[in-house]
Design a protein around this ligand. Structure first.
Ligand SMILES: NC(=O)c1ccc[n+]([C@@H]2O[C@H](COP(=O)([O-])OP(=O)(O)OC[C@H]3O[C@@H](n4cnc5c(N)ncnc54)[C@H](OP(=O)(O)O)[C@@H]3O)[C@@H](O)[C@H]2O)c1
Length: 308
């Protein structure tokens, strides 16, 4: 069956076939774990290669893995180079995982008749805006990680433009966290319980996003036949300081002690990679299709009690 869902920027193809397996790449990562759990609950057949089975940065690895792969409904790529500061020193490696790997994965998806799902970042934008970044805003990354992700996006758009793509969905998101994996929420929840006070930057604004919510949103976008570039985050927006203050409040509400969280500027904590000051993504197209997402505080309150 062919359906045509609205696509803000990109292309439209078919809905997801219900029984063919889904190839889940990067299934041990933060978002990959959320996907593994969701797909299990949905009783979808899933193929979960390890990094040894499939290294997306290597064309040879993707080709030899692809030769043994059955037809798939979707290839969900949660694998990425996500070390933002480390990418400054290793931009070539970050680009091979986040950028040029897209060409290998597009070929694999086309051969297996699958839609390719990939994730992008708010860090492809410059961060000087005062209103949420629209989907088709020009890419002007400030750091190597953002540049590596922009290379991937351009590869996807080029494949759509020259007709060599079998269909893809690229979802930009921001500030991910989950009950598992290394993330800001876990780090801050630990620090507020052990430090007398904590300073967190108050001059970077964005949208926290629950990885579990993002996995759900992705499956809903797929079920609506969405293709091309989309934005998906939790609702609302905040600074890292406001995010940390809410984490400390929830820690206290659970009966544990938590120190005060003080605001500071990014200049007080220089890091190898420059971060955008404002990276709120415009999620109106996704909200129009799927409904307004819950506020980030609501997802945070749901996730934190389940953290180890
Ligand atoms: N985390 C955020 O705040 C954030 C924000 C915006 C966008 N995103 C995007 O969201 C997606 C998911 O992020 P995440 O935080 O869940 O990532 P993550 O936890 O860092 O997981 C990434 C996974 O990719 C695997 N991987 C790395 N290189 C690989 C390769 N060459 N071939 C196959 N697998 C490889 C990693 O394996 P190893 O652990 O063995 O290296 C890891 O399991 C990424 O595209 C990321 O850029 C994340």
């Amino acid at each position: 069956m062919t359906t045509h869902a609205p696509t803000p920027h990109g292309i439209t193809t078919h809905r997801l076939p219900p029984t063919a397996p889904i190839l889940l790449i990067g299934s041990d990562g933060m978002l990959g774990t959320a996907f593994g759990r969701l797909l299990r609950a949905m009783e979808r057949p899933v193929i979960r290669p390890s990094l040894t089975d499939l290294d997306i940065a290597s064309g040879e690895s993707v080709r030899s893995f692809g030769a043994r792969l059955p037809a798939c409904a979707a290839i969900i790529n949660c694998a990425a180079w996500t070390d933002v500061d480390g990418a400054e020193q290793h931009e070539d490696k970050a680009t091979s995982v986040n950028g040029t790997a897209m060409t290998h994965l597009l070929g694999l998806a086309r051969e297996r008749g699958a839609v390719l799902v990939n994730y992008g970042t708010d860090y492809v934008f410059r961060g000087e805006a005062s209103k949420p970044y629209a989907i088709d805003e020009p890419l002007q990354p400030l750091n190597a990680y953002g540049r590596s992700k922009a290379v991937g996006e351009r590869a996807l758009l080029a494949a759509a433009a020259d007709g060599s793509s079998g269909g893809w969905l690229h979802i930009r998101t921001s500030w991910l966290y989950a009950p598992w994996g290394k993330n800001f929420v876990k780090t801050i929840a630990g620090l507020v319980q052990t430090k007398p006070s904590l300073k967190v930057v108050d001059d970077q604004r964005g949208r926290p996003t629950s990885a579990e919510h993002l996995a759900h949103t992705t499956m809903r976008l797929l079920s609506h036949g969405a293709r091309g570039v989309w934005h998906a985050t939790d609702g609302g927006e905040c600074t890292w300081h406001a995010f940390a203050t809410e984490i400390a409040r929830i820690v206290r509400a659970s009966g544990k002690p938590a120190c005060e969280v003080l605001p500071c500027s990014s200049d007080e904590f220089p890091r190898p990679a420059k971060r955008p000051a404002y990276s709120v993504l415009d999620i109106s197209a996704t909200a129009a299709l799927l409904g307004q997402p819950a506020d980030w505080r609501q997802h945070l309150a749901d996730v934190m009690p389940r953290m180890a």
